[in-house]
Design a protein around this ligand. Sequence first.
Ligand SMILES: [Zn+2]
Length: 195
Amino acid sequence: MGRLDEIQGRRVTPGEEICVIEEFLPGMGTFDRNGVVRAAMTGVTQVDMLSRVVFVKPSVNPPRMPEKGDVVYGIVQVVKDEFAIVKIAGDYHGRRYPTCFTGLLHISQSTDKYVKNLYEVVRVGDILKAKVLNNYPPYNLTIKEHRLGVVLAFCGKCGNRMVRSGSDTLRCDSCGNVEKRKVSSDYGQLRVLQL
Ligand SMILES: [Zn+2]
């Protein structure tokens, strides 16, 4: 394999060495440091033999996925005594992910207050604002922070949209039903999101 084949058509990540400037000059998507041409972005190297310039063609954006520390929106699908399964649908800005991801909420990550079981925290159909704790699915979630928790819930008796009536309670204006939740400080302020 010739030197050109080593330089051209290579997948590179930022900072990776491509060649020296005596071989090719730094073009788009590259930079030169002490005579060494390095990639400035993720992509594939290409060489223009005429101008003797090497450049990096950026790779098509990899699919967006939740990452550790991200705040996401999800809908509660299953609730057990100690954990809930959440369908993560969109990010903090209300943008949907290309596919839905599975999130797990353990009771230890739900609230600092004493609760008998997770049914006092979330229920099926609730929309949660949660923070992601790891980088790969299934994503572990936390809703402990003040701003995290249930942002929208529907009455278990009549299905009406509930309103906040206390720090841990929601009330249905239609039938008077009161239910417990870990309510987000942003309750009711759901960004536009199609779940
Ligand atoms: Zn109701």
